[in-house]
Design a binder for this molecule. Structure first.
Ligand SMILES: Cc1cc2nc3c(=O)[nH]c(=O)nc-3n(C[C@H](O)[C@H](O)[C@H](O)COP(=O)(O)O)c2cc1C
Ligand SMILES: C=C(O[C@@H]1CC(C(=O)O)=C[C@@H](OP(=O)(O)O)[C@H]1O)C(=O)O
Length: 360
């Protein structure tokens, strides 16, 4: 079973939702990065469960401990281990799925593949694991900040409710101003009320998170298999409940003509720039120095607070009831996860491509 991500800045996560702890080891982090622990904690708090009425009500403080790899506030170049203890499991709520399967969660596939699963709270397949990624992603963000690279994400859609503004028309510093994490104030309250209504009805709803990466140099990514957008897409599609990824013009681009879609190139001082950015900052798998932007589509949460038809491990028809504490919509908490996976991908490429970037 693979539990790792990245080639040079490599993370391995461990732990289950209802086990003792979850955590991450980061191998390959350069020495000398300032580790701002308060920043890492604040990132974990943006993702933690129980943060508002439109998230799961499981209350985890998600405070973390650094076990190794940091001395006098700086990384030492050795493996960094970070642990987050689980403190609020109600495992008996999951006894009913020990030998049966929730529709559209990971219960059936995991059981069939491994023949053994920690069914408590979805075990390893619970998005609780993403807390570990956010801790590692915060470290990557700190390293990227030193290089002038920043990652942002925000909720751009909940169900059919969608901001009409592009990321350039929004003030991304306002993302944390509301509990749904949509910087478009004209629609954020509607999104919140909608999620709350869906929740009260025992149902769930999907949504879209938009990601933006600024300050990337020209030259991240490889021209053939390890294209930057391919690795970014893989990072996003590796997040629980993700159903779609598009970058730049994405699926809308398929409707356009080349004459309208091409990003005209110009000389701006001593730099080569493009007048438009339908390429989404990546051409031929390599960053071109423009902003990288993309959308990530999340499905509605599988565990709904209703009875559903299913089968047990022996194939008998059963009814699965909706139990446990679940998110009515994942996108508000997915925002820091999208940022973390973006930071991990970009930093990994930066380390891989450093020599060629410097040459360029
Ligand atoms: C932030 C976040 C929170 C989630 N919360 C829940 C939840 O409370 N209940 C649930 O059934 N699924 C939740 N999910 C989705 C499941 O983890 C996911 O559907 C499951 O692992 C099966 O994988 P798949 O949907 O990618 O096929 C959440 C996902 C994310 C990203
Ligand atoms: C606990 C968290 O979110 C969980 C994500 C999740 C799932 O199935 O993905 C199911 C619920 O928890 P449990 O694993 O107890 O069923 C959520 O509360 C968290 O994100 O830290």
């Amino acid at each position: 079973m693979s539990n790792s991500f990245g080639s040079l800045f490599k993370i391995t996560t461990f732990g289950e939702s209802h086990g003792k702890a979850i955590g991450v080891t980061v191998d390959g982090c350069p020495a000398g990065i300032d580790v701002d622990e308060a920043f890492i904690q604040s990132e974990l708090e943006r993702r933690k469960p129980g943060q508002s009425k439109i998230t799961t009500q499981r209350k985890e403080p998600d405070s973390f401990d650094i076990l190794s790899g940091v001395f006098e506030g700086k990384t030492t170049g050795t493996p960094i281990a970070m642990v987050i203890h689980n403190t609020d499991q109600k495992s008996k709520d999951y006894a009913h799925i020990a030998k049966s399967f929730r529709p559209s969660h990971a219960d059936f596939t995991y059981q069939e593949k491994y023949g053994i699963r920690d069914y408590r709270g979805g075990g390893r397949s619970s998005a609780r694991e993403t807390a570990a990624r956010v801790a590692a992603g915060a470290l990557a963000k700190l390293a990227l900040r030193q290089l002038g690279i920043e990652v942002f994400a925000y909720v751009s859609q909940v169900g059919e409710l969608k901001t009409k503004k592009s990321y350039l028309e929004l003030d991304l510093s306002k993302t944390e101003n509301n509990i749904v994490r949509c910087p478009d104030e004209t629609i954020a309250e509607e999104m919140i009320a909608f999620i709350d209504g869906v929740r009260k009805n025992g149902d769930t709803v999907g949504g879209v998170v938009t990601g933006v990466i600024t300050g990337t140099p020209v030259g991240l990514g490889e021209p053939v298999f390890d294209k930057l957008h391919a690795r970014l897409g893989s990072a996003m599609l590796g997040i629980n409940a993700v159903k779609g990824f598009e970058y730049g013009s994405g699926f809308e681009g398929a409707k356009m003509k080349g004459s309208a879609h091409n990003d005209i190139i110009e000389k701006d001082g001593d730099q080569i720039k493009t007048l438009t950015n339908l390429s989404g900052g990546i051409q031929g798998g390599i960053s071109n120095g423009e902003d990288i932007y993309f959308n990530v589509a999340f499905k509605p949460v599988a565990t709904i607070m209703r009875d559903q038809d299913s089968v047990d491990q022996d194939g008998n028809k059963i009814t699965v009831s909706g139990k446990g504490r679940h998110d009515p919509c994942v996108v508000p908490r997915a925002v820091p996860i999208v940022e973390a996976m973006s930071a991990l991908t970009i930093l990994d490429f930066y380390l891989l491509n450093k020599s060629t970037i410097l040459k360029a």
